[in-house]
Design a protein around this ligand. Structure first.
Ligand code: ADP
Ligand code: MG
Length: 323
């Protein structure tokens, strides 16, 4: 079903934020929000990206589209070097890659009928005739499970789940190839989450899309992803096919994340407690960044950073347990 052509290739991507302090600003250092991420997204797949809040998931999503300008690294989309695009070509790219955010209101103007919000994207896409635009808006609304007649209504007249459907319709108006979905159901009632996830899966199959699906919720990722990448303090620490990752996690961080969800705990094992908070990305720990919280920490972990390597075919981890 999935052919193995990388749609998006990310190499050693970095996004650092300079931070300053004081009235006369003095440099404090750099927040390494994304610190050397390499990832591919294969045509037709759903790549799940998980990790605790603050680990850099949103920054990674935005850096791919240069909504946050990367500090370093390479991004290639359909063979095009994203970081060397001029303004015009970047605009074209931002049609092909769409972001759907957790809060649909961030992309909907409260004073604009939702049909116009969706239609706006069509204008950007070069659909200038009002009649054709109206027909397309109607089709998009139906595609996301809303009555076309609701196009005249304003965002506040819809529920959260419906607003997220409108946000998805707006993204689809650009006829994208890749959707970066950043916690798209995290703000929704649990009862509505599955409906929106199912909608996203149906659309993916109909339109042959690929997703980077960002979530801190492992149950959601387990439901929707083909492969899963686990992120910790700005880096990918494990990557594998979903079944393999949930059955046989290699990285102690993944193990701890899974064990925190009762339904995902393996073999009746006991819960592994993640002690302490995630360290500051301003001063990541030396050696392995996870060593301060790791239940399998060894001497070498404090001294040397583990390489991200293929431990078994298709299953990557950055951990000294697998030298
Ligand atoms: P996640 O989406 O995984 O919760 P984010 O990508 O939002 O994480 O944030 C990663 C880190 O980068 C956090 O420490 C956050 O505080 C920091 N960060 C994000 N955006 C900015 C910014 N504009 N300026 C400074 N720091 C930022
Ligand atoms: Mg986020």
């Amino acid at each position: 079903m999935i052919n193995k052509v990388p749609l998006l290739q990310i190499k050693n991507l970095k996004k650092y934020y300079r931070v300053t302090s004081g009235l006369i600003p003095r440099p404090l250092g750099e927040i390494k929000a994304v610190d050397g991420v390499s990832l591919d997204i294969i045509e037709g797949e759903v790549l799940g990206l998980v990790g605790e809040s603050g680990c850099g998931k949103s920054t990674l999503g935005k850096a791919i589209l240069r909504l946050e300008e990367p500090t370093g690294g390479q991004i290639s989309f359909q063979g095009t070097d994203v970081l060397s695009l001029n303004k015009r070509d970047l605009r074209t790219l931002r049609g092909k890659i769409q972001i759907v955010f957790q809060d649909p209101d961030s992309s909907l103007d409260p004073r604009m009928p939702v049909g116009d919000s969706i239609g706006e994207a069509l204008i950007v896409h070069g659909v200038s005739g009002a009649g054709e635009r109206g027909r397309r808006v109607a089709r998009l609304m139906e595609k996301v499970g809303l009555e076309a007649g609701f196009a005249e209504r304003y965002p506040h007249e819809f529920s959260g789940g419906q607003r997220q459907r409108i946000g998805i319709a707006r993204a689809l108006a650009m006829d994208p190839r890749l959707i970066i979905a950043d916690e798209p159901v995290s703000a929704l009632d649990v009862s509505v989450q599955a409906q929106v996830l199912n909608l996203m899966m149906d659309i993916k199959d109909e339109d042959g899309l690929s997703y980077m699906f960002v979530s801190h919720d492992l149950a959601v990722v387990k439901y929707i992803a083909d492969r899963v990448a686990v992120m910790y303090l700005g880096q990918i620490v494990e990557l594998a096919d979903k079944e393999e990752l949930f059955r046989d996690p290699l990285h102690p961080y993944t193990e701890a994340l899974l064990s925190a969800v009762a339904g995902l705990r393996r073999g009746g094992g006991s819960r592994i407690l993640l002690t302490g908070d995630m360290p500051s990305p301003l001063k990541p720990p030396a050696g392995c960044r996870f060593h301060t919280r790791c239940h399998r920490v060894m001497e070498i972990c404090r001294a040397a950073e583990p390489a991200f390597r293929e431990v078994v075919p298709g299953h990557y981890a950055a951990c000294h347990l697998y030298p």
